[in-house]
Design a protein around this ligand. Sequence first.
Ligand SMILES: [Zn+2]
Length: 306
Amino acid sequence: MLKEIKIKQEIISEVAPWTMKIPEIDLSITKYEKNTEECKIKYEIIETNQNCIAIYTDGSKKANSTSSAVGIPSKKHTILQHLPQYASIYTAELTAIEMALNYIIRNNNTKYIIFTDSLSSLIAIKHHRPNNPLIIVIQNLIHQNIITNNNNINKVWVPSHIGIKENEKADTAANLAHGLPISNIPIPFTDIKTIIKGYTNSLWQQGWNETKKFLKISTPKIPFKELKNINMPRLHQTVVNKIKIGHTKITHSWILEKIKQKNCETCRTKLTVHHIILECIKYSDQRKRHNIPTNMQEVVLNQMNI
Ligand SMILES: [Zn+2]
């Protein structure tokens, strides 16, 4: 299923980090509460005082579809792109900014202002040593613009859905882009990491379903994330883990001692963890007192009962 997806290669910035011209990024609107009058006024002050060509960017994600849009209202121009499946919303926001920068390079005005509602994108662009290849591309494009074309590109964060007309238009345009043919641009590997993780986990689960290990009784489902016995002293964690795999000193020391397997002294059956916790009549009172469940899976899930 991932065969058609192109992965964006890791790249090294063409510009040395210490000479990189980091653009001006205005996050001042973050200080104001969303949907307040002050917030809108602050936006209007920025928008009208710049004497720049305003560009609005937005990304959109719906189920399995991701898209990017750029709107340049003064030029009555819109650029849209339907991104490959699995592209994240973060990739969509960054791609929209990249599309805006490519537009700026193609056109010869000198002052631009890019409005985006993606705060995480802007914070990442300010970063001196980014890992995401898209951020490196964006930083290089901005640097190239400042150095060779003397372009002044300001970037401003604006909150989404507070009624800024042009911002809403970019949002609508990004929604429309879902209907376009899908482009085959490469996407960062981080976008498909979760899919690969889910797939390998399902393979692991298939293999686990076929094993006959004792641990499977208490843990039939492989957890997607590592489960930790949080808030439990180390000694107790060790006890819980030994019970989960069914190997304890009481039930298995006979192997090291090279003697016959021990039987339960009360019931005369094989001495196993399962027997001690769920069956042995010697402990029926304790089981009742501590409300011990009747199967191993529940016992382990309710570890604090042990
Ligand atoms: Zn017994």
